[in-house]
Design a protein around this ligand. Sequence first.
Ligand SMILES: NC(=O)c1ccc[n+]([C@@H]2O[C@H](COP(=O)([O-])OP(=O)(O)OC[C@H]3O[C@@H](n4cnc5c(N)ncnc54)[C@H](O)[C@@H]3O)[C@@H](O)[C@H]2O)c1
Length: 257
Amino acid sequence: MDLNGAAAIISGGASGLGEATARELAGTGATVVIADLNTERGKALADELGGVFVHTDVSDEASVQAAVEAAVATGRPLRAVVNSAGIGWASRTVGRDGAPHDLASYRKVIDVNLIGTFNLMRIGAAAMAKTEPADADNARGVVINTASVAGIEGQTGQVAYSASKGGIIGMTLPAARDLAAVGVRVLTICPGIIDTPIYGSGPEADAFKAKLSAPVPFPKRMGRASEFAHLVRALIENDYMNGEVVRFDGGIRFQPK
Ligand SMILES: NC(=O)c1ccc[n+]([C@@H]2O[C@H](COP(=O)([O-])OP(=O)(O)OC[C@H]3O[C@@H](n4cnc5c(N)ncnc54)[C@H](O)[C@@H]3O)[C@@H](O)[C@H]2O)c1
């Protein structure tokens, strides 16, 4: 799929992996629609890239509808939806103090990471389905979801986060099968440890990141957000990639802790 002259929505586009993706896709000639809760950063980036910012909560139906309408209102065909909004959470199923995992925080992580991804995928794909086909294959668009290696090798304390990401992995193939009828491909990327603001900043965050990335076989470092964005672009541009879950992790396999 060639994005030159098309519109692309990036949830979580105000920071980290989403921000890098917005930059990469704008570089292909796409008009980027940044859908994020963070108005300050999202608006500044959209202005810089000649795109559009829409204050969006991915877990909210009306909010995502408005973001997709803003993409359609650019007058360019919507050809890419990148789901990068997400939140982390650490809590054990039964804590060291014997208390069960808080149910509200479990629900919140599922709501943002899993339901939010589905919400934008379904509404975005419905808008793509209304566009004219882009090529002889009758291709109309591509959905890229962001899961995590944690959705495959969940570590202790990651029960909510891993469930949310495992859910994204699980819906990749059925969604690709559903959306074949409208010419939309679906792919999911599972990042390992990528250097973004999700880990916070300062000496404590640096020490945490160093510990997390120490087991990466090669290259022996964290991944870069620009490398993630490059993969998103490659998957969008390669028309035969569909229904697949792709690890993006320097070869790391998460251990129990
Ligand atoms: N950085 C990593 O190592 C890593 C690894 C695996 C998976 N991931 C996943 O990649 C995605 C992006 O992470 P990141 O590292 O760029 O994090 P980040 O914190 O830098 O960016 C996440 C963005 O999502 C936005 N967001 C959060 N909740 C939202 C909501 N309800 N509606 C709209 N926007 C919302 C935030 O405002 C923020 O701009 C997340 O889904 C994360 O779980 C990241």
